[in-house]
Design a protein around this ligand. Sequence first.
Ligand code: CTP
Ligand code: CA
Length: 230
Amino acid sequence: VLAGAGRRDLTGRHVLVSAGGTREPLDPVRFLGNRSSGRQGYALARAALARGAEVTLVAANSSLADPAGVKVVHVETTAELRAGVVEAAAGADAVVMAAAPADFRPVDVSSAKLKKREDGTAAPVALVQNPDILREVAHERARPGQVVVGFAAETGDADGSVLDHARAKLARKGCDLLVVNDVSGGAVFGSEDNQAVILGADGAAVDVPLGPKSALAHAIWDQVTLRMRD
Ligand code: CTP
Ligand code: CA
C-alpha cells in the first residue's frame, strides 16, 4: 500500500486538495457546520508534497497549522470552498475533495444576532441545498486527463451495502476514484487513524487497512499516479 512513500513520482505535477468542514452562517455568532477535522486532507497535502508535487490546499475551518511548502487557501463556507477549488482546479493534474462541505445553508443570514423569545418558542430555519463541488469539477475536467477523487462515509441499509451506496455515488459524482469509509460502527471524527476502500470508476477496489492517515494518503496518491497521463 505504501508503494509511493519515499518516491518522487509527483514531481512536475500540480495537485489540489480540499480539507476541513465548511460553516454556513446563521447570524454573526452562529453557524451550521460539521465535525470534520481536516486531518485526512492535510495528510494528503503533506504526502503529495513529499512525493514532489506542487500542492494547493483549500482548507475550511481546520485548526491544523499550514504545512510548510504548501499553498494554503483558507475558506469558511461551501460557496467560498467552491470558488477556491474551481480556481485552483484550472491548473491541477489531480483534485482530491477530502473536505466535508455543508450540504445545506440557511436561506437568510441575519445581520443581527438572533435573540431568544419571551414565550420560549424558536423561529424555524429555512435551508437551501449547496452546490455539489465534486460533481462540478468531475464533469468540467478543467484540464485534460485530470484525475478527480472524492470521499464518502457510508453505512449499509435496507437499500444496499456500503459498497452498493459507494458505487452509486461514484457514478453519480462522475469522479475517477472514491475513497469510502464504512461508518456503520459510528463515525469517528478527529481520529489519527483511518480505514477505507478506494473504488475506481474502472472497477478497481483497493482495501486500505486501519492505519495512520498518512498511510491512507499515500495509498490514494498511488492510485492517482496510476491514472495520470504523461
Ligand atoms: N462534496 C462536494 N460538494 C458538496 C457535497 C459533497 O464536493 N456540496 C464532495 C465531498 O467533498 C466528498 C464527496 O462529495 O468528496 C462526497 O460527499 P458526500 O457528503 O458523501 O456526498 P453528498 O453528495 O453530499 O451525499 P450525501 O447525501 O450522502 O451526503
Ligand atoms: Ca454530504
